[in-house]
Design a protein around this ligand. Structure first.
Ligand SMILES: [Zn+2]
Length: 339
C-alpha cells in the first residue's frame, strides 16, 4: 500500500515531454464515471482523474529537454507515426493496483507497436534518454491515484470489483505530444499540448485547394445542415490555403446596409449611391506557434471537426489550435465533393 506521488515518483524538473492519447471517448468516460461514487467516499485520499485528463501514455521522456530537442522528437515521432495505424481497443476491467486504480487496455499488441514506434523515433534525438523498456510494454489508463496509503484495503478492493460496468471499445487515431505536468495539488496529471500526431496517413475527405472564411455570405453559407452525412460526423480535411476575411470596416457596413435598403426601396437611389468601399483582402492563416526565436509560419493545414463542433486546425508540423464552428462549416462546404 502506497500513495502514487511518492518521493521516488515525483518529478524533479517537470513538466516533461510525453506522447499520449487523450481518451475522451464518451463510452470510456462513462466507464470511469461508474466508479466515481465509490471513489468519492475516500475524499481527498484519492485523486480522481476527471474526463478531460483521461489518457494513455504511449511514451514519456522523464528529463528536461531543450526546445530544439522537443521539436526534433516531435518531428521524428510524426514521421514514424505515418507507418502506424489507428488502434481499436477495449477499456476494462479495472485493476486495483498498489498505488492507483488502472484500467486494462486490450489487445496490447497494437499499443505496444505504437509505443515501440514512438520510442525508437524519440531515442534518435541526441541527448534524449528514455527509461529502460520492460520485458513487455504495459498499456493502461489510470482512473484514480491514491494520495494516502489508507485507501487500498480489502474493503476497497471488494467494492471496486463489484461495480463492473460495461467495458468500452474505443479507437485511438492520434497521439498528442504534450508537456506533462504532475499536479500534486490535484493528485493527477494535466498537460499543455504541443502537437498532434496522426496514426497513419489520414485520408482527407476531399481536397480543398483554398478556403476563404468570413467572405460575404452566399446562399451556400446560409445552409443550416451539412451538405452530406451526419451533422456529428467528424471530418478531417486538407486545406491548401485557409484565408480569413477580416471583419468589415464601418464604411463597408454602411455600404452593405445601403445595398439592402436600395433593394427594398427603388427610390433609394435618388439620394445618390455611396462610393464603393475597398474590401479588405483575405488574410492567409499561418501557424503562430513559437519555434526558436520566430513562429512556425506554416500555411499547410489540416482542419478537423464536425458541422456541430469547432474546427481544430493542425499545421504540417502538428501544432494545433481551435477555431470556430463557422470556420469548420465553411471548410466542409468548400470541400464538398462534386455530386
Ligand atoms: Zn506550426
Amino acid at each position: 500500500m502506497e500513495s502514487f506521488f511518492s518521493q521516488k515518483r515525483t518529478w524533479a524538473n517537470g513538466p516533461y515531454l510525453h506522447f499520449i492519447a487523450v481518451l475522451d471517448d464518451p463510452a470510456y468516460v462513462a466507464f470511469t464515471q461508474a466508479h466515481h461514487d465509490l471513489l468519492a467516499d475516500y475524499g481527498d485520499r484519492v485523486g480522481i482523474v476527471p474526463a478531460p485528463w483521461l489518457h494513455w501514455t504511449a511514451q514519456g521522456v522523464h528529463h528536461q529537454l531543450a526546445e530544439d530537442q522537443v521539436e526534433r522528437a516531435v518531428r521524428a515521432a510524426r514521421e514514424a507515426a505515418r507507418q502506424a495505424a489507428p488502434a481499436t481497443v477495449t477499456m476494462g476491467p479495472v485493476w486495483p493496483g498498489p498505488s492507483a486504480v488502472t484500467v486494462a487496455m486490450y489487445p496490447e499488441e497494437p499499443l505496444a507497436e505504437i509505443n515501440a514506434l514512438v520510442r525508437n523515433a524519440v531515442s534518435t534525438v541526441p541527448g534524449v534518454q528514455l527509461r529502460e523498456a520492460g520485458d513487455r510494454y504495459w498499456p493502461h489508463s489510470t482512473l484514480a491515484y491514491y494520495r494516502s496509503p489508507s485507501v487500498h484495503d480489502a474493503d476497497f478492493n471488494r467494492r471496486l470489483r463489484n461495480i463492473r460496468p460495461q467495458r468500452a471499445e474505443i479507437t485511438i487515431r492520434r497521439l498528442l505530444a504534450v508537456y506533462m505536468h504532475q499536479d500534486l495539488n490535484l493528485g493527477y496529471y494535466t498537460w499543455t499540448p504541443i502537437a498532434e500526431i496522426p496514426l497513419g496517413v489520414t485520408a482527407a475527405d476531399a481536397a480543398a485547394p483554398e478556403v476563404v472564411c468570413g467572405a460575404p455570405e452566399s446562399t451556400a453559407t446560409y445552409r443550416s445542415a451539412p451538405p452530406w452525412g451526419d451533422p456529428d460526423a467528424e471530418y478531417e480535411i486538407e486545406v491548401g490555403r485557409l484565408a480569413v476575411q477580416p471583419p468589415l470596416s464601418d464604411e463597408q457596413v454602411r455600404y452593405e446596409s445601403f445595398v439592402s435598403r436600395a433593394l427594398d426601396d427603388s427610390t433609394y437611389f435618388d439620394d445618390g449611391e455611396p462610393p464603393l468601399p475597398k474590401w479588405p483582402d483575405p488574410v492567409t492563416t499561418a501557424c503562430e506557434r513559437p519555434v526558436g526565436d520566430g513562429a512556425c509560419g506554416s500555411t499547410r493545414l489540416r482542419v478537423r471537426g464536425s458541422w456541430t463542433r469547432p474546427a481544430v486546425i493542425i499545421c504540417e508540423h502538428g501544432h494545433s489550435w481551435t477555431d470556430t464552428v463557422e470556420t469548420m462549416r465553411e471548410v466542409i462546404l468548400a470541400a464538398e465533393p462534386a455530386q
